[in-house]
Design a protein around this ligand. Structure first.
Ligand SMILES: [Zn+2]
Length: 221
């Protein structure tokens, strides 16, 4: 019998679980890179200030050859914050350029700007995998994203019965799905159990599929 594959958490701010393969999200002003741990880093739209952006983008460029940096992100667009939309878009595009040049996937934070991200993907003719993280929106938006080749990552919203995430999970093709804990203080195993229940499949089957997705998107061997 082969060994069961790991649980995979593609976006966590904590990374506290021992037997889980996780991608630790580092804020771009972090001090030390964890040794032998997969990580991602990016300029989150919440933390854009005029002063630091250039240094942050330089840092991403410097880190990107690191084999443990599996993606850029989270970065993206957020229409509910005070940071001017034009700066958000400029800095997001800068990071997408770095991703495309280096063939790295991108983990996207998006609030009320799905059409804009779709438009940018088309205009820039991006070929790297783009993953919307913490998705908890309606079926129409989910379908739009899938039609345009995006991946969707679901998290703690799956633990609420009536959430959008729990309603739309079954329309996401399994090969486009990821799971995450984000900043929540919960185990990824709980998220997998909830997802498997909505999908009416065995948790092991789900784990294997997510592992295949992980290898394909993040090129991990
Ligand atoms: Zn996050």
């Amino acid at each position: 019998m082969k060994n069961p594959v790991s649980y995979i958490d593609i976006h966590t701010h904590h990374g506290f679980e021992n037997d889980v393969l996780y991608l630790l999200n580092l804020p771009v002003d972090f001090q030390t890179i964890p040794i032998d741990k997969f990580f991602t880093t990016g300029v989150h739209p919440w933390f854009i200030t005029k002063k630091n952006v250039k240094a942050q983008l330089d840092l991403i460029n410097k880190l990107i050859p690191n084999k443990n940096m599996l993606a850029i992100g989270e970065c993206g667009l957020d229409k509910l914050i005070d940071v001017p939309y034009s700066s958000q878009e400029r800095i997001f595009i800068e990071q997408l350029k770095i991703a495309e040049e280096n063939k790295k996937p991108v983990i996207i934070h998006c609030v009320k700007a799905f059409d804009e991200v779709i438009k940018i993907k088309k205009e820039m003719k991006l070929s790297v995998p783009l993953i919307f993280h913490g998705f908890n929106n309606n079926k129409q938006i989910a379908n739009q994203l899938l039609k345009n080749g995006f991946y969707i990552s679901l998290g703690k919203a799956l633990l609420k019965n009536n959430s959008n995430a729990s309603k739309i999970i079954s329309i996401i093709p399994l090969e486009k799905l990821f799971l995450e804990t984000d900043d929540a203080d919960i185990s990824i195993k709980t998220i997998f159990t909830a997802a498997a229940r909505y999908l009416q499949i065995d948790t092991e089957v789900l784990k294997e599929q997510i592992y295949i997705n992980f290898k394909k998107v993040f090129k991990h061997e």
